[in-house]
Design a protein around this ligand. Structure first.
Ligand code: BGC
Length: 460
Protein backbone atom coordinates (compact mmCIF):
# COMPACT_ATOMS: atom_id res chain seq x y z
CA UNK A 1 0.00 0.00 0.00
CA UNK A 2 1.26 3.51 -0.88
CA UNK A 3 2.06 5.63 2.16
CA UNK A 4 3.28 9.06 3.18
CA UNK A 5 6.67 9.28 4.86
CA UNK A 6 6.81 9.13 8.64
CA UNK A 7 7.40 12.88 9.06
CA UNK A 8 4.23 13.80 7.12
CA UNK A 9 2.38 16.50 9.10
CA UNK A 10 -1.37 16.15 9.13
CA UNK A 11 -3.97 17.95 11.16
CA UNK A 12 -6.59 20.66 11.04
CA UNK A 13 -6.51 24.44 10.59
CA UNK A 14 -8.31 27.41 12.11
CA UNK A 15 -7.97 31.21 12.16
CA UNK A 16 -8.05 33.63 15.09
CA UNK A 17 -11.08 35.74 14.14
CA UNK A 18 -13.07 32.66 13.19
CA UNK A 19 -12.66 30.87 16.52
CA UNK A 20 -11.32 32.96 19.37
CA UNK A 21 -14.17 35.24 20.35
CA UNK A 22 -13.40 37.32 23.46
CA UNK A 23 -13.04 40.10 20.96
CA UNK A 24 -12.93 42.81 23.60
CA UNK A 25 -11.29 40.85 26.38
CA UNK A 26 -7.76 39.97 27.39
CA UNK A 27 -6.59 43.37 26.18
CA UNK A 28 -7.33 42.72 22.50
CA UNK A 29 -7.75 45.72 20.21
CA UNK A 30 -10.30 45.78 17.36
CA UNK A 31 -9.47 44.51 13.88
CA UNK A 32 -10.98 45.51 10.54
CA UNK A 33 -13.24 42.42 10.76
CA UNK A 34 -14.78 43.60 14.03
CA UNK A 35 -15.68 46.84 12.28
CA UNK A 36 -16.80 45.28 9.01
CA UNK A 37 -19.15 42.76 10.66
CA UNK A 38 -21.03 45.59 12.34
CA UNK A 39 -21.90 47.21 9.00
CA UNK A 40 -25.51 46.38 8.14
CA UNK A 41 -25.98 43.70 5.49
CA UNK A 42 -22.37 42.56 5.27
CA UNK A 43 -22.76 39.23 7.12
CA UNK A 44 -25.55 36.96 5.91
CA UNK A 45 -26.97 36.07 9.34
CA UNK A 46 -26.04 39.42 10.89
CA UNK A 47 -23.48 37.76 13.18
CA UNK A 48 -19.82 38.48 13.97
CA UNK A 49 -16.77 36.96 15.66
CA UNK A 50 -17.38 38.50 19.11
CA UNK A 51 -17.87 35.02 20.58
CA UNK A 52 -17.19 32.64 17.65
CA UNK A 53 -16.35 29.19 19.06
CA UNK A 54 -15.10 30.83 22.25
CA UNK A 55 -11.72 29.24 21.75
CA UNK A 56 -9.90 32.00 23.63
CA UNK A 57 -11.55 30.43 26.69
CA UNK A 58 -11.94 26.85 25.44
CA UNK A 59 -8.46 26.40 23.95
CA UNK A 60 -7.76 23.46 26.24
CA UNK A 61 -10.89 21.68 25.08
CA UNK A 62 -9.78 22.25 21.48
CA UNK A 63 -6.33 20.81 22.11
CA UNK A 64 -7.93 17.75 23.76
CA UNK A 65 -10.11 17.37 20.68
CA UNK A 66 -7.08 17.53 18.41
CA UNK A 67 -5.39 14.94 20.56
CA UNK A 68 -8.44 12.68 20.33
CA UNK A 69 -8.23 12.94 16.52
CA UNK A 70 -4.64 11.78 16.73
CA UNK A 71 -3.30 14.68 14.65
CA UNK A 72 0.38 15.42 14.33
CA UNK A 73 0.02 19.15 13.69
CA UNK A 74 -2.35 22.09 14.19
CA UNK A 75 -2.43 25.26 12.13
CA UNK A 76 -3.79 28.35 13.89
CA UNK A 77 -3.34 32.08 13.39
CA UNK A 78 -2.33 34.83 15.75
CA UNK A 79 -4.54 37.86 16.18
CA UNK A 80 -2.22 40.83 15.57
CA UNK A 81 -4.43 43.16 17.63
CA UNK A 82 -4.34 40.73 20.56
CA UNK A 83 -0.57 41.14 20.69
CA UNK A 84 -0.37 44.82 19.77
CA UNK A 85 -3.87 46.25 20.29
CA UNK A 86 -3.24 49.30 18.08
CA UNK A 87 -0.94 47.39 15.76
CA UNK A 88 2.00 49.77 15.26
CA UNK A 89 5.70 49.54 16.04
CA UNK A 90 5.51 52.29 18.65
CA UNK A 91 2.30 51.00 20.24
CA UNK A 92 2.20 49.04 23.51
CA UNK A 93 2.41 45.23 23.53
CA UNK A 94 -0.27 43.24 25.37
CA UNK A 95 1.36 40.67 27.69
CA UNK A 96 -1.91 38.73 28.06
CA UNK A 97 -1.95 38.12 24.33
CA UNK A 98 1.60 36.81 24.40
CA UNK A 99 0.81 34.56 27.36
CA UNK A 100 -2.27 33.15 25.58
CA UNK A 101 -0.43 31.94 22.47
CA UNK A 102 2.55 30.69 24.47
CA UNK A 103 0.30 28.59 26.68
CA UNK A 104 -1.50 27.24 23.63
CA UNK A 105 1.75 26.32 21.86
CA UNK A 106 3.08 24.68 25.04
CA UNK A 107 -0.08 22.63 25.49
CA UNK A 108 0.08 21.49 21.87
CA UNK A 109 3.69 20.41 22.22
CA UNK A 110 2.95 18.64 25.49
CA UNK A 111 0.39 16.62 23.55
CA UNK A 112 2.78 15.81 20.73
CA UNK A 113 1.12 18.23 18.29
CA UNK A 114 3.35 20.51 16.20
CA UNK A 115 2.15 24.12 15.88
CA UNK A 116 1.96 25.72 12.41
CA UNK A 117 1.38 29.40 12.90
CA UNK A 118 -0.08 31.94 10.48
CA UNK A 119 0.86 35.51 11.26
CA UNK A 120 -1.87 37.14 9.21
CA UNK A 121 -5.26 35.60 8.54
CA UNK A 122 -7.06 38.81 7.54
CA UNK A 123 -7.59 40.54 10.91
CA UNK A 124 -5.61 43.76 10.45
CA UNK A 125 -5.60 45.96 13.58
CA UNK A 126 -8.22 48.65 13.03
CA UNK A 127 -5.73 51.13 14.49
CA UNK A 128 -3.44 50.77 11.46
CA UNK A 129 -6.30 51.04 9.00
CA UNK A 130 -7.44 54.26 10.67
CA UNK A 131 -3.97 55.69 11.10
CA UNK A 132 -2.65 55.40 7.56
CA UNK A 133 -4.88 53.18 5.43
CA UNK A 134 -3.40 49.84 6.51
CA UNK A 135 -2.31 47.71 3.56
CA UNK A 136 -2.52 50.67 1.19
CA UNK A 137 0.47 52.41 2.76
CA UNK A 138 3.64 50.63 1.67
CA UNK A 139 6.23 52.29 3.89
CA UNK A 140 4.24 52.11 7.11
CA UNK A 141 2.61 48.70 6.78
CA UNK A 142 5.81 46.92 5.84
CA UNK A 143 7.54 48.31 8.93
CA UNK A 144 4.62 47.56 11.23
CA UNK A 145 4.11 44.05 9.87
CA UNK A 146 7.81 43.24 10.25
CA UNK A 147 7.73 44.61 13.79
CA UNK A 148 4.73 42.37 14.57
CA UNK A 149 6.47 39.36 12.99
CA UNK A 150 9.59 40.09 15.07
CA UNK A 151 7.50 40.15 18.23
CA UNK A 152 6.10 36.72 17.28
CA UNK A 153 9.54 35.25 16.52
CA UNK A 154 10.89 36.64 19.82
CA UNK A 155 7.89 35.54 21.87
CA UNK A 156 7.13 32.10 20.39
CA UNK A 157 10.10 31.11 18.24
CA UNK A 158 11.47 28.70 20.84
CA UNK A 159 8.20 26.74 20.54
CA UNK A 160 7.09 27.42 16.95
CA UNK A 161 9.20 26.23 14.03
CA UNK A 162 6.67 26.47 11.21
CA UNK A 163 5.70 30.00 10.19
CA UNK A 164 3.25 31.17 7.54
CA UNK A 165 3.36 34.89 6.83
CA UNK A 166 -0.01 35.53 5.12
CA UNK A 167 -3.08 33.46 4.46
CA UNK A 168 -4.43 33.94 0.91
CA UNK A 169 -3.29 37.37 -0.27
CA UNK A 170 -5.69 36.99 -3.24
CA UNK A 171 -8.64 37.03 -0.87
CA UNK A 172 -7.24 39.94 1.15
CA UNK A 173 -6.65 42.12 -1.90
CA UNK A 174 -9.48 41.09 -4.25
CA UNK A 175 -12.35 40.50 -1.85
CA UNK A 176 -11.31 43.27 0.54
CA UNK A 177 -10.27 46.03 -1.89
CA UNK A 178 -11.71 45.15 -5.29
CA UNK A 179 -15.11 43.56 -4.77
CA UNK A 180 -15.63 45.06 -1.32
CA UNK A 181 -17.29 41.94 0.07
CA UNK A 182 -14.67 41.33 2.79
CA UNK A 183 -13.11 43.75 5.27
CA UNK A 184 -12.42 46.59 4.86
CA UNK A 185 -15.07 46.64 2.10
CA UNK A 186 -13.37 48.83 -0.51
CA UNK A 187 -14.36 48.77 -4.19
CA UNK A 188 -11.57 49.90 -6.45
CA UNK A 189 -9.69 48.85 -9.56
CA UNK A 190 -6.34 50.25 -8.40
CA UNK A 191 -6.23 49.42 -4.68
CA UNK A 192 -6.16 45.62 -4.99
CA UNK A 193 -2.91 45.80 -6.95
CA UNK A 194 -1.31 48.18 -4.45
CA UNK A 195 -2.45 46.03 -1.53
CA UNK A 196 -1.22 42.83 -3.23
CA UNK A 197 2.16 44.44 -3.89
CA UNK A 198 2.46 45.60 -0.27
CA UNK A 199 1.41 42.19 1.04
CA UNK A 200 4.21 40.62 -0.99
CA UNK A 201 6.73 43.13 0.32
CA UNK A 202 5.64 42.75 3.95
CA UNK A 203 5.82 38.97 3.62
CA UNK A 204 9.28 39.13 2.02
CA UNK A 205 10.73 41.47 4.64
CA UNK A 206 9.42 39.30 7.48
CA UNK A 207 11.05 36.27 5.83
CA UNK A 208 14.31 38.18 5.40
CA UNK A 209 14.27 39.06 9.09
CA UNK A 210 13.59 35.46 10.11
CA UNK A 211 16.32 34.10 7.88
CA UNK A 212 18.90 36.65 8.98
CA UNK A 213 18.23 36.81 12.69
CA UNK A 214 16.26 33.77 13.83
CA UNK A 215 16.58 30.79 11.52
CA UNK A 216 20.04 29.69 12.61
CA UNK A 217 19.11 29.96 16.30
CA UNK A 218 15.51 28.76 16.24
CA UNK A 219 15.85 26.31 13.37
CA UNK A 220 12.43 26.82 11.80
CA UNK A 221 11.19 27.61 8.32
CA UNK A 222 8.87 30.26 6.92
CA UNK A 223 6.70 30.64 3.84
CA UNK A 224 3.41 31.93 2.51
CA UNK A 225 0.01 30.33 1.85
CA UNK A 226 -1.65 31.04 -1.50
CA UNK A 227 -5.08 29.89 -2.64
CA UNK A 228 -6.02 28.35 -5.94
CA UNK A 229 -8.71 26.11 -7.40
CA UNK A 230 -7.52 23.99 -10.29
CA UNK A 231 -8.61 25.64 -13.55
CA UNK A 232 -9.89 23.27 -16.23
CA UNK A 233 -10.65 24.54 -19.75
CA UNK A 234 -14.39 24.29 -20.39
CA UNK A 235 -13.69 22.58 -23.71
CA UNK A 236 -10.84 22.02 -26.17
CA UNK A 237 -11.08 25.41 -27.85
CA UNK A 238 -7.76 27.31 -27.89
CA UNK A 239 -9.39 30.34 -26.25
CA UNK A 240 -10.67 28.33 -23.29
CA UNK A 241 -7.36 26.52 -22.93
CA UNK A 242 -5.71 29.92 -22.75
CA UNK A 243 -8.44 31.18 -20.36
CA UNK A 244 -7.60 28.41 -17.86
CA UNK A 245 -3.94 29.47 -17.91
CA UNK A 246 -5.00 33.06 -17.38
CA UNK A 247 -7.17 31.93 -14.46
CA UNK A 248 -4.15 30.34 -12.79
CA UNK A 249 -2.00 33.43 -13.36
CA UNK A 250 -4.62 35.80 -11.93
CA UNK A 251 -5.35 33.67 -8.91
CA UNK A 252 -1.94 32.21 -8.13
CA UNK A 253 0.80 33.47 -10.44
CA UNK A 254 0.26 37.09 -9.45
CA UNK A 255 1.73 36.15 -6.03
CA UNK A 256 3.66 32.96 -6.70
CA UNK A 257 5.64 34.26 -9.69
CA UNK A 258 7.09 37.31 -7.89
CA UNK A 259 7.78 35.31 -4.72
CA UNK A 260 9.31 32.21 -6.30
CA UNK A 261 10.61 33.62 -9.60
CA UNK A 262 10.94 37.37 -9.20
CA UNK A 263 8.42 38.78 -11.71
CA UNK A 264 4.71 39.30 -12.31
CA UNK A 265 3.14 37.01 -14.95
CA UNK A 266 2.97 38.44 -18.51
CA UNK A 267 -0.79 37.78 -18.75
CA UNK A 268 -1.35 39.89 -15.64
CA UNK A 269 0.95 42.68 -16.84
CA UNK A 270 -0.82 42.87 -20.18
CA UNK A 271 -4.27 43.33 -18.68
CA UNK A 272 -3.42 45.50 -15.66
CA UNK A 273 -0.84 47.69 -17.41
CA UNK A 274 0.42 50.59 -15.35
CA UNK A 275 -1.96 49.88 -12.48
CA UNK A 276 0.43 47.07 -11.54
CA UNK A 277 3.12 48.48 -9.24
CA UNK A 278 6.73 47.79 -10.23
CA UNK A 279 9.27 46.26 -7.85
CA UNK A 280 12.51 48.22 -7.56
CA UNK A 281 15.71 46.21 -8.06
CA UNK A 282 16.33 46.41 -4.34
CA UNK A 283 12.83 45.14 -3.50
CA UNK A 284 13.22 42.27 -5.92
CA UNK A 285 16.29 40.97 -4.18
CA UNK A 286 14.14 40.61 -1.04
CA UNK A 287 11.04 39.27 -2.80
CA UNK A 288 12.56 36.67 -5.13
CA UNK A 289 12.97 33.36 -3.36
CA UNK A 290 11.23 34.59 -0.20
CA UNK A 291 9.39 31.41 0.75
CA UNK A 292 10.88 28.18 2.10
CA UNK A 293 7.86 26.17 0.95
CA UNK A 294 4.61 26.42 -0.98
CA UNK A 295 1.58 26.73 1.31
CA UNK A 296 -1.50 25.81 -0.67
CA UNK A 297 -5.14 26.32 0.21
CA UNK A 298 -7.42 24.60 -2.27
CA UNK A 299 -11.04 23.55 -2.16
CA UNK A 300 -12.24 22.62 -5.64
CA UNK A 301 -11.72 22.79 -9.42
CA UNK A 302 -13.41 25.13 -11.86
CA UNK A 303 -14.34 24.94 -15.54
CA UNK A 304 -13.09 28.03 -17.30
CA UNK A 305 -14.39 29.95 -20.30
CA UNK A 306 -12.89 33.03 -21.87
CA UNK A 307 -14.87 36.24 -21.36
CA UNK A 308 -16.75 37.98 -18.59
CA UNK A 309 -16.56 41.16 -16.59
CA UNK A 310 -14.56 40.07 -13.54
CA UNK A 311 -11.08 41.55 -13.42
CA UNK A 312 -10.18 39.65 -10.22
CA UNK A 313 -9.73 36.54 -12.36
CA UNK A 314 -8.61 38.15 -15.62
CA UNK A 315 -12.00 38.31 -17.39
CA UNK A 316 -12.77 34.63 -17.44
CA UNK A 317 -16.02 32.92 -16.45
CA UNK A 318 -15.90 29.97 -14.08
CA UNK A 319 -18.45 27.27 -13.31
CA UNK A 320 -18.92 23.61 -12.44
CA UNK A 321 -21.21 22.35 -15.19
CA UNK A 322 -19.58 20.48 -18.05
CA UNK A 323 -20.68 20.97 -21.69
CA UNK A 324 -22.74 17.74 -21.40
CA UNK A 325 -24.67 19.14 -18.43
CA UNK A 326 -23.02 17.00 -15.71
CA UNK A 327 -21.39 18.53 -12.62
CA UNK A 328 -17.67 18.33 -11.87
CA UNK A 329 -18.64 16.56 -8.65
CA UNK A 330 -20.96 16.47 -5.63
CA UNK A 331 -21.99 20.01 -4.74
CA UNK A 332 -21.86 21.40 -1.18
CA UNK A 333 -22.89 24.57 0.61
CA UNK A 334 -21.12 27.11 -1.60
CA UNK A 335 -19.40 27.41 -4.93
CA UNK A 336 -15.99 26.45 -3.53
CA UNK A 337 -17.50 23.15 -2.35
CA UNK A 338 -17.58 20.81 -5.35
CA UNK A 339 -15.85 17.44 -5.05
CA UNK A 340 -13.19 17.06 -7.74
CA UNK A 341 -10.14 15.07 -6.57
CA UNK A 342 -8.48 14.74 -10.02
CA UNK A 343 -8.15 18.54 -10.12
CA UNK A 344 -6.31 18.44 -6.80
CA UNK A 345 -3.80 15.97 -8.19
CA UNK A 346 -3.28 18.12 -11.30
CA UNK A 347 -2.77 21.22 -9.17
CA UNK A 348 -0.14 19.55 -6.97
CA UNK A 349 1.74 18.37 -10.04
CA UNK A 350 1.50 21.83 -11.62
CA UNK A 351 2.90 23.52 -8.49
CA UNK A 352 5.83 21.17 -8.22
CA UNK A 353 6.66 21.46 -11.90
CA UNK A 354 6.34 25.26 -11.90
CA UNK A 355 7.86 26.28 -8.56
CA UNK A 356 9.88 23.26 -7.38
CA UNK A 357 9.17 23.85 -3.70
CA UNK A 358 8.09 21.53 -0.90
CA UNK A 359 4.32 21.76 -0.62
CA UNK A 360 2.14 22.00 2.48
CA UNK A 361 -1.58 21.79 1.88
CA UNK A 362 -2.47 24.32 4.54
CA UNK A 363 -6.26 24.13 3.91
CA UNK A 364 -8.60 21.78 2.15
CA UNK A 365 -12.20 21.21 3.09
CA UNK A 366 -15.87 20.92 2.34
CA UNK A 367 -19.10 22.34 3.77
CA UNK A 368 -22.09 20.04 3.38
CA UNK A 369 -25.16 21.59 1.79
CA UNK A 370 -27.79 22.80 4.31
CA UNK A 371 -25.95 21.33 7.27
CA UNK A 372 -27.10 24.25 9.44
CA UNK A 373 -30.69 23.07 8.97
CA UNK A 374 -30.01 19.45 9.91
CA UNK A 375 -30.60 17.76 13.23
CA UNK A 376 -27.46 16.97 15.22
CA UNK A 377 -27.40 13.25 14.29
CA UNK A 378 -27.85 14.12 10.61
CA UNK A 379 -25.07 16.70 10.71
CA UNK A 380 -22.72 14.26 12.44
CA UNK A 381 -23.26 11.71 9.67
CA UNK A 382 -21.49 13.89 7.09
CA UNK A 383 -21.23 11.52 4.16
CA UNK A 384 -20.57 14.18 1.48
CA UNK A 385 -17.65 15.49 3.51
CA UNK A 386 -16.41 11.93 3.81
CA UNK A 387 -16.62 11.47 0.05
CA UNK A 388 -14.72 14.73 -0.38
CA UNK A 389 -11.86 14.00 1.98
CA UNK A 390 -11.44 10.39 0.98
CA UNK A 391 -11.15 11.54 -2.64
CA UNK A 392 -8.75 14.36 -1.83
CA UNK A 393 -6.57 12.35 0.53
CA UNK A 394 -6.17 9.63 -2.07
CA UNK A 395 -5.62 12.18 -4.83
CA UNK A 396 -2.72 13.57 -2.76
CA UNK A 397 -1.16 10.19 -2.18
CA UNK A 398 -0.77 9.71 -5.94
CA UNK A 399 1.50 12.72 -6.50
CA UNK A 400 3.56 11.84 -3.42
CA UNK A 401 4.02 8.13 -4.07
CA UNK A 402 3.81 7.93 -7.88
CA UNK A 403 4.72 11.34 -9.28
CA UNK A 404 7.47 12.27 -6.79
CA UNK A 405 5.79 15.48 -5.65
CA UNK A 406 7.07 16.43 -2.18
CA UNK A 407 3.85 17.17 -0.28
CA UNK A 408 4.97 17.40 3.35
CA UNK A 409 1.73 18.11 5.16
CA UNK A 410 -2.05 18.40 5.00
CA UNK A 411 -4.48 20.44 7.10
CA UNK A 412 -8.21 19.91 6.83
CA UNK A 413 -10.36 23.01 7.09
CA UNK A 414 -11.52 23.22 9.76
CA UNK A 415 -11.18 21.82 13.27
CA UNK A 416 -14.50 23.44 14.25
CA UNK A 417 -17.67 24.83 12.74
CA UNK A 418 -16.71 28.47 13.09
CA UNK A 419 -17.41 32.03 11.96
CA UNK A 420 -17.39 31.57 8.18
CA UNK A 421 -16.81 35.24 7.30
CA UNK A 422 -19.68 36.69 5.28
CA UNK A 423 -21.69 33.47 5.67
CA UNK A 424 -21.70 33.97 9.43
CA UNK A 425 -22.43 30.68 11.20
CA UNK A 426 -24.64 29.25 8.45
CA UNK A 427 -21.91 27.46 6.52
CA UNK A 428 -20.29 24.71 8.53
CA UNK A 429 -16.80 23.63 7.46
CA UNK A 430 -15.90 21.92 10.74
CA UNK A 431 -14.97 18.30 11.30
CA UNK A 432 -16.36 18.99 14.74
CA UNK A 433 -19.96 20.18 15.08
CA UNK A 434 -20.27 23.18 17.36
CA UNK A 435 -23.56 24.00 19.02
CA UNK A 436 -23.14 27.76 18.98
CA UNK A 437 -25.66 28.24 21.81
CA UNK A 438 -23.78 26.04 24.29
CA UNK A 439 -20.32 25.86 22.63
CA UNK A 440 -20.47 22.11 23.03
CA UNK A 441 -18.32 20.26 20.49
CA UNK A 442 -19.39 16.99 18.78
CA UNK A 443 -17.01 15.09 16.47
CA UNK A 444 -18.52 14.43 13.05
CA UNK A 445 -18.11 10.97 11.55
CA UNK A 446 -15.60 12.28 9.13
CA UNK A 447 -13.14 13.36 11.85
CA UNK A 448 -12.78 9.74 12.94
CA UNK A 449 -12.48 8.61 9.35
CA UNK A 450 -9.61 10.95 8.57
CA UNK A 451 -7.82 10.07 11.76
CA UNK A 452 -7.96 6.38 10.84
CA UNK A 453 -7.07 7.07 7.21
CA UNK A 454 -3.89 8.97 8.05
CA UNK A 455 -2.86 6.46 10.71
CA UNK A 456 -3.05 3.77 8.05
CA UNK A 457 -1.40 5.83 5.32
CA UNK A 458 1.66 7.20 7.08
CA UNK A 459 4.77 5.05 7.54
CA UNK A 460 4.89 3.87 11.15
C1 BGC B 1 -10.01 30.69 4.30
C2 BGC B 1 -10.79 30.30 5.53
C3 BGC B 1 -12.23 30.06 5.15
C4 BGC B 1 -12.29 28.93 4.14
C5 BGC B 1 -13.67 28.51 3.71
C6 BGC B 1 -10.34 29.90 3.06
O1 BGC B 1 -10.32 30.74 1.98
O2 BGC B 1 -8.64 30.72 4.55
O3 BGC B 1 -10.65 31.29 6.49
O4 BGC B 1 -13.05 29.81 6.24
O5 BGC B 1 -11.60 29.33 2.98
O6 BGC B 1 -14.35 29.51 3.03
Amino acid sequence: MARFPQDFAWGFATASYQIEGSAFEGGRGPSIWDTFCKLPGKIRDGSNGDVATDSYRFWKVDVALLKSYNVKAYRFSISWSRLIPLGGRDDPVNPEGIAFYRTLAEELLRNGITPYVTLYHWDLPQGLHDRYGGWLNKVEIVKDYVNYAKLCFDSFGDLVKNWITHNEPWVISCLGYQKGVFAPGHKSDTEPWIVAHNLILAHAHAVKLYREEYKSIQGGHIGITLDCHWQIPYDDSPENIEAAKKGIDFKLGRFADPIYKGYYPERVKQIIGDRLPVFTEEELTVVKGSSDFFGLNTYTSQLVKEGGTDETNGYITVGHTRPDGTQLGTVGAKNICVVNPPGFRSLLNYLWKTYEKLIYVTENGFAVKDEHQMSLPEALHDKDRLEYFEGYANAMLGPVSEDGVPVKGYFGWSLLDNFEWTDGYETRFGVTYVDHATQKRYPKEFARFLSKWFTEHIEP
